[in-house]
Write a new protein. Sequence first.
Lengths: 108, 286
Amino acid sequence: MQNRNKLVDLFIGNITNYIVHKILEMAIDNLEIINKYKKESKVSFEIAKIYRDKINPSTKLPDSIDVKKRIIQRVKIKLNERIKEGYKRINLDLVETITSETLEKLRV
Amino acid sequence: MMHILKLYQIITHKIYCTLCKPLNTSYALLRNMEIISKVSKGTNMDQIYIPKNRYGFNIGDFVVIKPITNQEKITLFYNNVKQLEPVKVHIIESVFELIQKKIPSENIIITGSFLEKGYSFKDLDIIIISDKKIDLNKEIEKYTGIKTQIITMNNLDFIKGLETDPLYENMLSKCVSLKRIIYNIKRKIDYKVLDFHLLKSELLIINYKTLKGDEKYYLIRNLIAIHLFIKNKKISKDSIEKEIKKVFDIGVEEIFLDNLNKDFLNKYKKLYKTTFKEVMEYAKQE
């Protein structure tokens, strides 16, 4: 059980990083530069995918609502930290949609 | 003299002759004669016509037929690449030739692990400076048998990237190019670009126990490059490795072996946090 909790934590950490990347991508004015590194921002998604495959069950998780809640909370903390410092054009409204879409892809 | 006159006769038959040696002796003229001709379509077989009035190429002689390429020999420009294995030079020349045939480019640049000594490179990193975008990844991979990463961009975006992105500067600190690279770049801090790259290095903190040594090195290098960029210091493989030694008191070999000391993670977290704050200072200024 402890092992599962650890895996869920690692999954949440990596998928949070991916979602923050996705939202920051949309806030950047110079998309030309960002397009070059889109593949690299997917690293966190690929790692999260590996952890997801290790978490049982492989079908929809029984604690999916809790996992989603924790991810949204962490993403918002990270984005608010930036907004507080003066970061412009971060759209917090996207957090829930992108999180839902991403988790659906990973059967969470 | 008679031989030379006859040679002119051949040219008037729209066949161009190229001579490798000077026209000082008739012997040299015969021995080095090459005829350039066009392949014509035939009914059963295609053919190449040569004039009856000629020197050499007697009936029954065996000859070599090969296509002419109009391309000039490629001269490579090396930037901080002290030594490169001849096989790699040959691969680069062939790749440049292939790209030039497919896409008009202002410059082609090879960078990354392919230029390191030996054959333990990860992939072939290519930057094509061109207004046109064609996906050549698969074609080059098929041709070289090496995993290929191509970035194609126009000159303006390339300059913008050099001004704002520490990774571009790092890439060009060691490269081989088709044309000489001369850029007088003044760094511009774009906090959004830097923050985006910095976020990648957070993966080391999240996955510290599970990442391999080489994966950790890549994330450390990324963080250090951003740190040096903000401090307006030179970014190159050497300067990054020196800074790693200075900040973490650890050599690159030890990172690759995942032989990190106890304090490493704390120092890393501290540098990550400081760098993030420094980047965000520019957000406040905007």
